[in-house]
Write a protein that binds this ligand. Structure first.
Ligand code: THU
Length: 140
């Protein structure tokens, strides 16, 4: 399955819109419905508006009703594996099943990916302290 995801991510990279960084990225995410959702990076002339490939895939999955992610593969046409940025790690953590796998590879090394869990990449994801927030609201 990981190799299928890596292949799908490499194909999704073809649609990357990266005229500013010239760093093309593709992602493929496996949701608990067993469907694969793909994404590519989409840059903007206002650089900060750029959206990473894995976040595009995540948003597509959620918009299709999927809120449980099993695994994601991320592929770039660079020379090093494209480890997800901090923002994407937190974004994926919102919908990650326990043990969610993150596979990363440069396209030239597609057969030799790095495999980690999201938990390894983001051991202390931010979570709301629901007790604190609700009680403060209730006391207003
Ligand atoms: N990028 C991704 O799409 N995913 C990553 O995991 C790392 C970075 C994109 C954002 C930007 O378009 C380009 O790579 C260079 O930062």
């Amino acid at each position: 399955m990981v190799s299928r995801l890596l292949q799908a991510a490499a194909e999704a990279m073809a649609d990357a819109y990266a005229p500013y960084s010239r760093f093309r990225v593709g992602a493929a995410l496996l949701a608990s419905n067993q469907k694969i959702y793909t994404g590519c990076n989409v840059e903007n002339v206002s650089y900060g508006l750029t959206i990473c490939a894995e976040r595009v895939a995540a948003v597509k999955a959620v918009a299709d009703g999927q809120r449980e992610f099993r695994a994601v593969a991320i592929v770039s046409d660079g020379t090093t594996p494209p480890f997800p940025c901090g923002a994407c790690r937190q974004f994926l953590a919102e919908f990650a099943l326990p043990g969610m796998i993150v596979a990363v590879a440069a396209r030239k090394d597609l057969a030799d990916p790095r495999l980690l869990t999201l938990r390894e990449l983001l051991p202390h994801a931010f979570r709301l302290d629901k007790k604190g927030t609700t009680s403060r609201r209730a006391s207003r």
